[in-house]
Ligand binder design. Structure first.
Ligand code: SF4
Length: 446
């Protein structure tokens, strides 16, 4: 019998099953409150630098059909008029929010998320992009990205996106086995994904991201490995590997997922570990705890040079002074704090039609919260905290993880070890003085 190698990642059930925030913001969105909204946002805009770097996020809350695992804010529109009304409201909000910005700003990133932005028809997408260019100053090399459903990618859609300046697309792949796809209500054979990638590349959209998942019903290590291998063979620039978050109390449609087919905690860990191995063998560099990128990709470079960040879309190389979220449920971020839009698309549209703001909740950040948020971000991005930032309270909070060899303290630096990487969200939660284990509902750590 060999002694346990403490430096290798190993399954630790208590930590893997702990429910902890994903820390795409600090404080997490579960702490947003109705008393923070439009007035706070306007005052935070006045505190921006004179020439702020701006990022835009536009939410399209529509899909053709519901995937049972979905954790996004989306709906299935029964009439096209619902989308048309939403686009009009989005344009009103775009005018409203652009007018609050310093005139001398520059937009470096635009991201259309959802939902499925391919639910917009070419004329609608062109209208939105023309209005964006009229109201905001776009940097000549701005990244313009969209999340697309591969089943919705056509030659017409790809040509329209390319004409409108899109240069990056993310496609949801999830799992390629027919049984898993049936259980998650998303039938999408490999040929559909291959065709979508080829169509986008032929239109001139070179940067492709693929999303794959583990922890879905009927997934096995072999199925996850095959999906990861097929994804890598398509040679995308980036691959995201997400663990399925089963939160049926929050997302009611997830009740359609047969719980007796969900892999257990150890199986999830092994699936994650297997996919990581396949992607690394294929030449992808791990970025943070759930992304992979080709070594020459900007995200991989950012990870190697300590310039990686986290925002509501996960890991990013984007550095902005202000992120403006447009559309139902979209979250905006400024140094002063966060605000979120109304989540129901019809209520969102009604507010804007009536000349009101769609911002309904948010959270300011104290100096101390900004410091805590920055430390959590650095540990999730760099697996490291620099000298002088560790105190006795941290040591006490991390004691069990130090003993397990998941973190080490070296000359005042905190280093997450190879064994600790899968548990970096648990480590981040220990650095969060406001986190109350067991009293908040989040997704499991692994
Ligand atoms: S396509 Fe994406 S956003 Fe739409 S239901 Fe499926 S997982 Fe959710």
């Amino acid at each position: 019998m060999t002694a346990t190698d403490l430096s290798a990642p190993r399954f630790l059930p208590q930590l893997a099953c702990e429910t902890v925030p994903r820390y795409t913001s600090y404080p997490p969105a579960t702490g947003f409150r109705a008393e923070t909204g439009a007035e706070n946002w306007v005052s935070w805009m006045q505190d921006l630098p004179e020439t702020p770097a701006v990022s835009l996020y536009l939410h399209v809350p529509f899909c053709k059909s519901m995937c049972w695992y979905c954790g996004c804010h989306t709906t299935i529109p029964n009439r096209r008029e619902r989308i048309e009304r939403y686009v009009e409201a989005l344009l009103i909000e775009l005018d409203q929010r652009a007018a609050q910005l310093p005139a001398d700003h520059q937009v470096h990133h635009i991201h259309f998320g959802g939902g499925s932005p391919d639910m917009l028809n070419p004329a609608e997408m062109t209208r939105i992009m023309e209005r964006l260019r009229a109201r905001f100053t776009l940097a000549p090399d701005a990244e313009i990205a969209a999340e697309l459903d591969p089943r919705g990618v056509t030659g017409e859609l790809a040509a329209n996106l390319a004409d409108n300046g899109f240069n990056r697309v993310s496609l949801g792949v999830q799992d390629l086995s027919e049984e898993v796809q049936t259980l998650i209500h998303r039938i999408q054979p490999l040929t559909t994904v291959e065709r979508a990638v080829a169509t986008l590349r032929a239109a001139g959209i070179a940067a492709i991201n693929l999303d794959i998942m583990y922890g879905l019903p009927a997934q096995t290590r072999e199925r996850v490995a095959r999906t990861a291998r097929c994804a890598a063979m398509l040679k995308p620039d980036r691959i995201a590997l997400f663990g399925y978050a089963h939160v049926p109390w929050f997302k009611k449609h997830q009740r359609a997922i047969p719980e007796d087919r969900l892999p257990g905690a150890q199986a999830r860990f092994e699936q994650m570990f297997t996919a990581t191995g396949v992607l690394e063998l294929a030449g992808y560099q791990p970025v943070g705890f759930d992304h992979f990128a080709r070594p020459d990709d900007a995200l991989a470079v950012a990870a190697r040079t300590g310039k990686l960040n986290r925002n509501f879309q996960g890991y990013t190389d984007d550095r902005y002074d202000v992120l403006i979220g447009l559309g139902a449920s979209a979250i905006s971020e400024a140094p002063g704090g966060y605000v979120q839009n109304e989540t129901d698309p019809a209520v969102f549209a009604e507010a804007l039609e009536n000349g009101q703001s769609a911002l309904v909740r948010g959270r300011g950040r104290s100096v101390e919260e900004r410091r805590t948020g920055a430390r959590i971000e650095r540990v999730l991005c760099d697996f490291h905290l620099a000298s002088g930032t560790i105190d006795d309270a941290d040591r006490a909070a991390l004691e069990d993880l130090l003993q397990l060899g998941l973190v080490e303290e070296q000359d005042g630096h905190l280093q997450v070890t190879a064994a600790g990487r899968p548990y970096v969200r648990n480590i981040a939660a220990r650095l969060d003085p406001a986190f109350n284990a067991g009293t908040e509902r989040h997704s499991v750590a692994v």
